[in-house]
Write a protein that binds this ligand. Structure first.
Ligand SMILES: Cc1cc2nc3c(=O)[nH]c(=O)nc-3n(C[C@H](O)[C@H](O)[C@H](O)COP(=O)(O)OP(=O)(O)OC[C@H]3O[C@@H](n4cnc5c(N)ncnc54)[C@H](O)[C@@H]3O)c2cc1C
Length: 487
C-alpha cells in the first residue's frame, strides 16, 4: 500500500490498482479485505482494487482494465482538439473560458500568448492581441474574448428555444433537471431544458462520484452528466444554453419563463431544478485537495475510513455539530473550527451538550482556516486565532467544510421560499388566495403547475441520487397536473 501511495509522489497521473488474491469463496468482490480497500480508497491511496485469479479474464478483468484505461486516456492522453485558446494564463477571462469549455466537455488546448507556439498562432490566425483571450476553432475561425452565447453558437449548441410553447420547461441541467428531461421526453412531453452555464451542475464539478447506484468504482460527474444529456437528446428533449431564466409567471393556459436577453417561452408546466452553490473557503490549497481528504458536506461513508486519525469540521451550524459527533465515533480527534465566539449562536443546545460530553471533540472558537498542506492527500491545515492572529498547524487526515449552501432562487420572486431562499413545495406551501383551491401535488410550489426538485427545494437531501429521484418522480406530478381539468 505504501508503494502505491508513493507512486503519486513520482507521477500524479498514475492510476494505482491494488490487486488482491481471490479468497477461498471465489467472490469477485474482495469480501475478506473490504476494510483495507475502503480505507485506502477514502484516503486516496488507491484508485481501484481488483481480485486476481479469474480463469476467464475476458469476463471480469479486461472490462475493468478497459474502464481504467479509458478514464486515464480522457484525463491524460492526446485528444481530438476542437479549440485552441490563446491568452494570458492568469487572466480571469482566460480562466472563465477554460472553465466553460472544460465543464461542458469540449476538448481544447490552452496556449499562453507569450510562448513561441502562442506567437505562431497569433500570427497565423491574425489574432488581435488587444482582445485576448482568442478562441481558435479547428476550422480556423477566431472569436475574440467571446461570450458564452458566442462559444455555444460556434460549437453548434442551441442557445435559443426552437419554438415558443412547450408542454414542459425544465430550468437547470444538473442531475435533477436531466432526470426530469429524460423522463418527460420519454413519456411524450414536448420538453425544453434551459441551462445557464454547464451540463451537470454541481455534479459536473465532481471528479468522482462514488455513491451513485451501479458505478462500483465511481463515475466522474462530467461523464454521468454527458451520458444523461445524450440520453435526453435522443429521447427528444431540447436544450437551450447560455440564457439564464430570470422570471417565472403564470397565465391562464400555463406558465411563462422569461430569459435573460428578452426571450419568453410558454409552457403548460415547469420544473425548477436550479440547484445551489456550496460555499467554499476560497483557499486554492483546499480546492486542490478536494476529494483526497477535503470534503464538502456531511461525513457519511468517509467517517469509518478515518478511524483513529485526526480530522476537523469547519462550521458552526447544526449540520457541522452532527458531523463532528458522527466522526467522533471513529476519529482519534475531531477539531470543530468555528469563526464565531460562541457555539450557541448557530447550534441547538442538545448538540452542544453532546459535543461537550464527547471526550475527543475539541471546539476551537474564534479560529479561521488559512492554509492546507499535503501533496498527494491532505496532511494538515494551518489555523489562525482571529483575536491574537496566532497561527497553529494541525495535522489532519480529513477536513469537512460545512459552511452552508446558497440556492439559485433570487429571481423567483413570485414563489414561496424559506428564510434561506430554498423553494417550498407540497406540504410546506402555505395556502392562500394566490395558490390553488386544491392541495399542492408532490413537488408542486406555491405557483400552480410549477414544480421544484433537487438541491433547490427545501428538505432535499443534497445528493446526486436524491436529485435524480426527485427529477424523475416530479414528472408524474406534471402528468397529474396536466390531466386536471383537461389542461
Ligand atoms: C464538488 C462537489 C462534489 C459532490 N460530490 C457528490 C458525490 O460524490 N455524491 C453525491 O451524491 N453528491 C455530491 N455532490 C452533491 C450533488 O452534486 C448535488 O446534490 C446535485 O448536483 C444536485 O443536483 P441539482 O440538479 O439539484 O442541482 P445542481 O447540480 O446545482 O444543478 C443546477 C443547475 O441549474 C443551473 N441553473 C441555475 N440557475 C439557473 C437559471 N436561472 N437558468 C438556467 N439554469 C440555471 C446551474 O447552472 C446548474 O447547472 C457534490 C457537490 C459538489 C459541489
Amino acid at each position: 500500500m505504501r508503494l502505491l501511495e508513493d507512486v503519486h509522489a513520482v507521477d500524479k497521473r498514475a492510476t494505482r490498482i491494488l490487486t488482491l488474491a481471490m479468497d477461498a469463496s471465489h467472490t469477485r468482490i474482495p469480501l475478506g479485505r473490504l476494510d483495507v480497500v475502503q480505507r485506502a480508497t477514502a484516503l486516496g491511496q488507491i484508485d481501484a482494487a481488483w481480485v486476481k485469479g479469474w480463469e476467464t479474464p475476458e469476463d471480469w478483468l479486461y472490462p475493468q482494465m478497459q474502464e481504467v484505461l479509458t478514464t486515464w486516456t480522457r484525463l491524460n492522453g492526446p485528444q481530438h482538439l476542437v479549440y485552441r485558446i490563446v491568452g494570458e494564463p492568469w487572466a480571469p477571462r482566460s480562466h472563465a473560458l477554460r472553465e466553460l469549455l472544460a465543464r461542458n466537455g469540449v476538448p481544447f488546448e490552452f496556449v499562453a500568448a507569450d510562448t513561441a507556439t502562442g506567437q505562431e498562432l497569433i500570427r497565423q490566425h491574425s489574432v488581435d492581441v488587444g482582445r485576448l483571450p482568442a478562441l481558435i476553432h479547428h476550422d480556423g475561425t477566431v472569436l475574440h474574448d467571446p461570450t458564452g452565447d458566442e462559444v455555444a453558437g460556434s460549437h453548434g449548441i442551441a442557445t435559443r428555444p426552437s419554438r415558443t410553447d412547450y408542454d414542459l420547461v425544465v430550468v437547470g441541467a444538473g442531475p435533477a433537471g436531466l432526470a426530469a428531461a429524460v423522463f418527460a421526453a420519454s413519456e411524450g412531453l414536448r420538453t425544453l431544458v434551459l441551462e445557464s452555464h454547464a451540463i451537470g451542475g454541481q455534479a459536473g464539478t465532481s471528479s468522482m462520484i462514488r455513491n451513485y447506484l451501479g458505478f462500483v468504482r465511481g463515475i466522474s460527474g462530467g461523464e454521468l452528466a454527458h451520458r444523461a444529456w445524450e440520453q435526453a437528446l435522443l429521447l427528444g428533449a431540447e436544450f437551450a444554453f447560455a440564457h439564464p431564466a430570470s422570471g417565472v409567471s403564470r397565465h391562464e393556459r400555463g406558465v411563462d419563463l422569461h430569459l435573460e436577453g428578452g426571450l419568453t417561452v410558454s409552457s403548460r408546466a415547469a420544473i425548477l431544478a436550479t440547484g445551489v452553490s456550496y460555499r467554499s473557503l476560497g483557499l486554492a490549497a483546499l480546492d486542490r485537495l478536494a476529494g483526497v481528504g477535503v470534503f464538502y458536506g456531511a461525513a457519511g461513508v468517509e467517517a469509518a475510513a478515518l478511524t483513529s486519525l485526526p480530522v476537523a469540521v469547519v462550521g458552526g451550524a447544526n449540520s457541522a455539530g452532527q458531523t463532528a459527533l458522527h466522526l467522533a465515533k471513529y476519529a482519534s480527534q475531531v477539531n470543530l473550527l468555528i469563526r464565531g465566539t460562541s457555539l450557541a449562536s448557530g447550534m441547538s443546545q442538545y448538540l452542544i451538550d453532546q459535543i461537550k460530553a464527547t471526550g475527543n471533540i475539541s471546539v476551537r472558537l474564534g479560529t479561521r482556516l488559512v492554509d492546507a498542506e499535503g501533496v498527494v492527500r491532505l496532511e494538515g491545515v494551518v489555523i489562525e486565532e482571529t483575536s491574537s492572529r496566532e497561527r497553529t498547524r494541525l495535522p489532519l487526515s480529513g477536513l469537512f467544510v460545512m459552511i452552508g449552501a446558497e440556492p439559485h432562487t433570487a429571481w423567483m420572486t413570485g414563489l414561496q421560499r424559506d428564510e434561506r431562499g430554498f423553494i417550498l413545495t407540497d406540504r410546506d406551501v402555505v395556502r392562500n388566495s394566490a395558490t390553488t383551491d386544491r392541495p399542492p401535488l408532490p413537488f408542486e410550489t406555491s405557483l400552480p403547475g410549477v414544480f421544484a426538485v433537487g438541491d433547490v427545494r427545501r428538505g432535499s437531501v443534497k445528493r446526486v441520487a436524491g436529485a435524480v429521484g426527485e427529477g424523475s418522480v416530479a414528472v408524474g406530478s406534471v402528468h397529474e397536473y396536466l390531466s386536471l381539468d383537461g389542461r
